[in-house]
Design a protein. Structure first.
Length: 188
C-alpha cells in the first residue's frame, strides 16, 4: 500500500511539472491565443486535480499514522462520549466506534435512543430525541433536534460555550463538552 501511495505521489508531481511545462511552452512558442488559453486552462485543471489528490493522500497518511500509533481513528471516527458529574468526574460512557449516527436523548416506551440520559439528574429537561451526532467527511457533527432546552458546546480551542442553532450542525472535536440541557458529555 505504501508503494502504491509513493507511485501515486510521483505521478501527481509529474503531472504538475508537465502541466507547467505545457503552459510555458505555449507561451514561449507564441501559439495563437485560443490555443494558449486552452493550454493554460488544461494546465490549471491538471494542477488542481494533482494538488487535490496530493492533499487527499496526505490526509489518508495522517489518518493511517494515527490509527497505527494507537490513536482513536477508525473507519468511522472512533470516539467516546463520557457523562460527567458536577465535579467533572466520569459517571458513564458510550463507545461510538463504528457508529455514523447517534441519537442522544431519553429512552421512552415508544422511542429508543443510542445515548440514554434518562437516569441523569436533569433528565426531566431532556427531550426524548434531544440531539444527534453524525459522522461525515472524517468529522463528527452535533445537531439540536428542535429540543425545548437546547444544546450547547464548550469548545476545547477557546473554552467558550456556544449555543447550537436548531437544525444547523456544529463540528465537534475531542475535548469539547456537550451540554444537553444541564447534563455534561465529554467528547473524546
Amino acid at each position: 500500500m505504501k508503494n502504491n501511495r509513493e507511485k501515486k505521489i510521483r505521478l501527481d508531481i509529474t503531472i504538475l511539472i508537465i502541466s507547467c511545462i505545457f503552459a510555458a511552452a505555449a507561451y514561449v512558442l507564441q501559439v495563437p491565443s485560443s490555443f494558449f488559453y486552452m493550454a493554460v486552462i488544461l494546465s490549471l485543471v491538471l494542477c488542481a486535480a494533482a494538488v487535490t489528490d496530493l492533499y487527499r493522500l496526505k490526509e489518508q497518511k495522517d489518518y493511517e499514522t494515527e490509527t497505527a500509533a494507537g490513536g482513536r481513528g477508525s473507519q468511522y471516527g472512533a470516539c467516546e462520549l463520557i457523562l460527567l458529574n458536577e465535579e467533572e468526574k466520569p459517571v458513564k460512557s458510550w463507545d461510538l466506534t463504528g457508529e455514523v449516527s447517534v441519537i442522544i436523548g431519553r429512552k421512552s416506551k415508544d422511542e429508543d435512543v443510542d445515548v440514554d440520559l434518562g437516569e441523569c439528574e436533569y433528565s426531566a429537561m431532556i427531550d426524548v430525541q434531544h440531539a444527534t451526532l453524525n459522522f461525515c467527511l472524517n468529522s463528527w457533527y452535533l445537531e439540536d433536534l428542535d429540543s425545548h432546552n437546547g444544546v450547547k458546546v464548550r469548545k476545547i480551542e477557546d473554552g467558550v460555550c456556544y449555543r447550537l442553532v436548531q437544525s444547523r450542525p456544529c463540528r465537534i472535536n475531542p475535548g469539547d463538552v456537550i451540554y444537553i440541557a444541564n447534563t455534561k458529555l465529554l467528547f473524546t
